[in-house]
Design a protein around this ligand. Structure first.
Ligand SMILES: [Ca+2]
Ligand SMILES: [Ca+2]
Length: 314
C-alpha cells in the first residue's frame, strides 16, 4: 500500500511540474508575440516618427536647394520625388515629369524611411518649389515665380473641417495595403515595394467633395476609415523658410566677411532672381527674415546689403 501511495504522489508531482512548464511556455509565447507584433499605438508612433524624420531632412535639403551645397539652386527649392523607385531623386528636368513619387531618401542622405506598416514614404512638392526650375528663370512667369517666404504653396491641406491652408510639400505614409490594392511581395533595391501609386495612396470625401492623394495636389489629414489609411505630415512654407531663411542670413555674413568693403550682398543669381532684398529687413543689429505665419528668423549681422530696409514695427 505504501509503495502504491508513493507512486501516486510521484505521478501528481510530475503532472504539477508539467503544468508549471506549460504555463511558463505559454507566458514566454505571449511575451514574444507582444514584442514581435507591436500594438497599434507603437505602429502609429513608428509612422509619426518616420514622417517627422523625413520632413526635417526635406527642410534641411531645401535650405541648400540641392544636394551638393553649391549656389546653383534657389534657397527653399525642393527635389523631384523618386519616380523610378531607386531611392534617388530624378534631378534632371527632363526626367522629372511628376511632382509626386516616393521620398528620395538616398538624395536626402537618409536610410530607407519606413512607416509603421513597413512601407516607404511618398512625397509631393509644389510645382513652383521645384529645384528643376533653373534659378536663371525664376520670376519670369507665374509657373516659375521668385522663390521666397512669400511664395504660396501649391498643395492644399484637407481635414475633416474642409479645405485648409496651402503648403510647400507633404510626406505621406501609405500604411498597409487595403482590400483591392496589390503590391509586390518583395522589395526593390531601394527597399520599397513595387507598385503603381494607386496601390499605396487613396482618396477621401469631405463635405461631399472627393480629394485624392494620387494627384499630388492635396494633403488629406483624416483618421483612417474604410478605403483610406494614408497618414500625412505637411511642410509649410514657414517651416521650410525657417531653414532656408537662416541659410540666406548666413550667406550675408559670409559675403561680408569674404570681401573687404562688401555690404554683405550675396554674389549669386538666387539673391536677385528670388527678390530676397524685399524679404530681409534690419532690426537693430540683426538681419531678419519674416515668415508667412508671422514668425521670423533673426541673426546678428554687422552689415546688411544696402537695399535692405528697416523692419516694419521695429
Ligand atoms: Ca530615382
Ligand atoms: Ca494607403
Amino acid at each position: 500500500m505504501t509503495a502504491l501511495r508513493t507512486t501516486r504522489q510521484r505521478q501528481r508531482g510530475a503532472a504539477l511540474l508539467i503544468a508549471i512548464a506549460l504555463l511558463g511556455l505559454l507566458a514566454i509565447a505571449t511575451l514574444a508575440r507582444a514584442l514581435s507584433s507591436p500594438a497599434g499605438t507603437d505602429s502609429e508612433l513608428a509612422t509619426e516618427r518616420a514622417l517627422a524624420r523625413a520632413r526635417d531632412a526635406l527642410a534641411a535639403y531645401g535650405a541648400l536647394g540641392n544636394r551638393d551645397g553649391n549656389q546653383l539652386n534657389s534657397p527653399g527649392a525642393l527635389p523631384c520625388p523618386d519616380l523610378d523607385n531607386d531611392g534617388t531623386s530624378e534631378e534632371l528636368s527632363s526626367l522629372c515629369d511628376s511632382h509626386i513619387g516616393r521620398l528620395p531618401w538616398r538624395t536626402l542622405g537618409m536610410g530607407p524611411v519606413l512607416d509603421g506598416a513597413g512601407e516607404c514614404l511618398w512625397y509631393a512638392r509644389s510645382a513652383t518649389f521645384s529645384n528643376n526650375i533653373p534659378t536663371s528663370q525664376r520670376g519670369d512667369s507665374a509657373d516659375r515665380p521668385a522663390l521666397n517666404p512669400a511664395t504660396p504653396g501649391g498643395i492644399v491641406e484637407v481635414s475633416a473641417a474642409g479645405v485648409g491652408p496651402r503648403v510647400a510639400a507633404v510626406l505621406i505614409a501609405p500604411g498597409a495595403a487595403l482590400p483591392g490594392q496589390s503590391r509586390s511581395g518583395g522589395f526593390s533595391d531601394s527597399g520599397c515595394r513595387e507598385g503603381s501609386i494607386e496601390q499605396f495612396l487613396e482618396a477621401a470625401t469631405v463635405g461631399g467633395t472627393a480629394y485624392t492623394h494620387t494627384d499630388g495636389l492635396h494633403a488629406i489629414a483624416l483618421q483612417a476609415h474604410d478605403g483610406f489609411n494614408d497618414r500625412v505630415l505637411t511642410l509649410t512654407t514657414s517651416r521650410l523658410f525657417a531653414s532656408a531663411g537662416a541659410r540666406v542670413l548666413g550667406e550675408i555674413l559670409l559675403a561680408a566677411e569674404g570681401e573687404s568693403g562688401s555690404d554683405g550682398t550675396p554674389p549669386y543669381a538666387w539673391w536677385i532672381k528670388n527678390q530676397w532684398c524685399a524679404h530681409v529687413c534690419a532690426s537693430g543689429m540683426q538681419g531678419v527674415v519674416n515668415l508667412a505665419d508671422g514668425s521670423r528668423v533673426a541673426r546678428a549681422l554687422s552689415v546688411l546689403p544696402a537695399c535692405v530696409g528697416g523692419c516694419t514695427g521695429s
